[in-house]
Unconditional design. Structure first.
Length: 273
């Protein structure tokens, strides 16, 4: 069904998000095509209309898409030009790290960028520890911010999204998070970057390609965040723009063969309808 979504999902550069606003039922829309993903939610951010919803209240792991919460907390904290020292307690978390080492230092905004682009877990842990003092304290910040946003069925245990007991969210809650993240100008800028050259403290540089394949293959996509674990399946939160219309889509629980097809299908159909 088409619905008008609450103000918390309306894209606005200046307005606050109202998590308590109610959804208003509207006439039945065209039936969307079938996709593999277990949960799907898409919203027209230009007017708040819900276009596609499938199992949006089902609790499930969301993998690295929850790094959008990490990013939101870091970006809202400001001082992205400030230097962040890497400590031994930051450590690495498989499967993806950029191999920053103890004793080196990087701009906060640079670590935020490579975290969002390529989901590096050591950069994520470094940012979380620097912001809150420890990984556990940062998780408390994540849950507090989720409550402020009105994410009623989410609980975060770590900053990076790898599977841990008691960590979950829903497509509905991740849409609230995605809308808040997309309204942040620093995050919105970063998630659109396709390629970047990361320079280590020692001088060596390595290429960083955005893991969101739609950025490289689908011209209307303007980024957001990928995620994958065995428990969560393949996940993508993505935004697409056509003219004055901006669509945000949450696609959770797809698989390796279908995540990009599922996500492009949701974005294209949502822009068309």
């Amino acid at each position: 069904m088409i619905r008008l979504v609450s103000a918390v999902l309306l894209f606005s550069f200046t307005s606050a998000f109202d998590a308590a606003a109610q959804l208003i039922a509207q006439p039945v829309a065209l039936t969307p095509p079938e996709v593999t993903a277990g949960s799907v939610y898409s919203v027209d951010l230009s007017n708040g209309r819900v276009i596609w919803e499938k199992n949006i209240h089902e609790k499930r792991p969301v993998a690295s898409t929850q790094k959008l919460m990490t990013a939101l907390i870091i970006a809202e904290g400001g001082n992205l030009e400030g230097m962040v020292p890497v400590k031994s307690t930051d450590g690495r978390v498989e499967p993806r790290n950029i191999w920053i080492t103890q004793g080196s230092s990087y701009k906060r905004g640079v670590l935020l960028q490579v975290m969002l682009m390529r989901s590096y877990n050591d950069a994520t842990k470094c940012l979380a520890r620097d912001r809150a003092g420890s990984q556990g304290e940062f998780a408390k910040l994540m849950n507090a911010r989720a409550a402020e946003l009105g994410m009623e069925n989410s609980h975060f245990v770590n900053a990076h999204g790898l599977t841990e007991e008691g960590q979950y969210s829903t497509a509905r809650d991740m849409m609230i998070l995605a809308a808040a993240a997309y309204s942040n100008p620093d995050i919105r800028r970063i998630v659109q970057i396709k390629d970047y050259s990361f320079k280590y403290d020692g001088g060596k540089s390595v290429p960083v390609k955005n893991s969101n394949e739609l950025l490289h293959t689908y011209s209307e996509c303007v980024g957001m965040k990928t995620g994958y674990t065995k428990a969560a399946g393949r996940c993508l939160i993505a935004a697409a723009v056509r003219g004055e219309k901006t669509v945000l889509a949450v696609v959770l629980g797809s698989n390796f063969d279908n995540i990009w097809t599922d996500s492009e299908t949701v974005l294209r159909w949502s822009l068309d309808n």
